[in-house]
Design a protein around this ligand. Sequence first.
Ligand SMILES: [Zn+2]
Ligand SMILES: [Zn+2]
Ligand SMILES: [Zn+2]
Length: 280
Amino acid sequence: MRLQYIGTGAAEGFPGMFCRCKACERARKTGGHNLKTRSCAIVNDKILIDLSPDLYAQSLSLGLELGKVRDLVVTHTHKDHLDSFSLELRAKEGAVKQNYEEERENQLSVYGSSFVQAIIQKALNEEPGAKASRIRYLPVEAGKWFQVGESSFCPLKANHKKNELCYIYAVTDGVSNLLYANDTGTLSEETLKMIESLGLVFHAVSMDCARGILQGDGHMGIRENLELKKRLEQMKCTGMETRYYLNHLSHMSGIIHDDLQTIMGDHGFTVAYDGMIVNI
Ligand SMILES: [Zn+2]
Ligand SMILES: [Zn+2]
Ligand SMILES: [Zn+2]
């Protein structure tokens, strides 16, 4: 499985769009991996996990062929993860021409909770030229695997937003296994038990680290990351070959990418950066 991190920053981006805090000024000055656009990722160059408001610019800088993407798996509906304007464009008559194909194939399948369905409906309602047939909504449920091409996804309840069912995902192609865990704070016992019951050993675990050195809340910080790593090891869901990644960094943590890599490198974590490709 090939996972590419498209964006690795939290909602404001890093540096924050309008922010002049110390962390943002340092990120601007240092550049490189310290600059982070809003989070989303792509599996095997064709299955998107989330649709960030930066996706158009990200696709140009990373050379992503979004016209070939037919599937979008959504974690939750915060605007940094599901950009409804992009959905409007995907559905708009004349905006997406794929003349070599039947119109019925000119469709994006979107997987997520009923909250995701509501955002799709809103996008279709707001764009007068939208063709509803171009976006197919597929409901997903915690613990129930669904197939997308050669990959299977299992939604697991995140601990993120009080008024919405948010998901993280286990992903497998039968050979390699990934746990993609953002946005979320410390996982509930129910979710941990569900992860254990999957019977998978993850080759890669990607964790939310928006809180950095601060106490976790609806996002994890390094304390929660270390606890989750330990718990996964205890449950034998990870092994010697498991690689750990940190994602969704926020300027509010007060530390930049380079700082986090220095702190967490010794604990076996790699801080993900925009465009980073992980062969799992
Ligand atoms: Zn987010
Ligand atoms: Zn800032
Ligand atoms: Zn969020």
